[in-house]
Write a protein that binds this ligand. Structure first.
Ligand code: ADP
Ligand code: MG
Ligand code: MG
Length: 211
């Protein structure tokens, strides 16, 4: 089964709930190797997005919903993560085009576009201890699942599982991008907050899709 605009909006609302529920956890992770605002930044952005979804005309297409999320996060999240997640969502919106419904291959392609956007914007490579370490394996897993005939929910579950592992893999790394890189070797032995939020967001999308 594909994913309609209602499905995309439900996924974005589910992301807002998950980000809010994990606000303190993300703040604590960012307190250790950053400036203790990642959870608050994301909560503010997704809360603003839910307000827009509640107050304005519902988006007409999956692309319009993703674009609304992108512009809202860009203008409200701030920090490093706002422009990065905003760019990710903007690229995803472009990738899905005017499709009324996303199939498994479309979801995998949107995730690939999102990763390309994050890398274009932030110039991080895998191993730099950033959200790229969660998103890169997630995209590979999503593409493999889509290629083997999985449903949208299964594609997103595979992506979320791989993102969990990717986030965990950041623990021993020394940060080479973002605020945590200012700590040098002292950034090692801590989970990167952005990789954790990426894994949480993908899990919320998967659960919203029924996976
Ligand atoms: P800030 O560091 O400006 O306070 P946040 O705390 O909201 O921003 O986000 C920090 C997260 O952003 C990091 O944990 C990391 O995953 C991600 N990040 C930072 N710089 C980059 C980058 N250049 N590329 C990819 N992700 C990055
Ligand atoms: Mg921060
Ligand atoms: Mg900050």
């Amino acid at each position: 089964m594909g994913c309609s605009v209602e499905g995309v909006v439900a996924a974005l609302r589910s992301a807002a709930e998950v980000v809010t529920a994990h606000r303190d956890e993300l703040v604590e992770l960012d307190r250790v190797i950053g400036d203790a605002d990642h959870g608050e930044n994301l909560k503010r952005g997704f809360t603003a997005l839910v307000s827009k979804l509640d107050l304005s005309e519902p988006p007409a297409t999956p692309s319009a919903a993703l674009k609304l999320a992108a512009t809202t996060l860009i203008s409200t999240v701030g920090g490093a993560a706002g422009p990065l997640y905003g760019t990710a969502l903007l690229r995803a919106a472009t990738s899905v085009g005017d499709a009324a419904e996303l199939d498994a291959a479309g979801v995998a392609a949107a995730l690939r576009a999102a990763l390309d956007g994050v890398v274009a914007r932030g110039k991080a490579e895998p191993g730099d201890k950033t959200m790229v370490d969660a998103l890169t394996p997630a995209v590979a897993a999503a593409e493999a699942a889509a290629a083997s005939g999985s449903t949208v929910a299964e594609v997103l579950s595979a992506a979320a599982d791989a993102a969990d592992e990717g986030a965990a893999s950041t623990v021993p790394l020394v940060a080479r991008k973002g605020r945590a890189s200012y700590l040098g070797e002292r950034s090692a032995n801590h989970l990167d907050p952005g990789s954790r939020s990426t894994a949480l967001l993908l899990r919320s999308f998967a659960e919203s899709a029924g996976g």
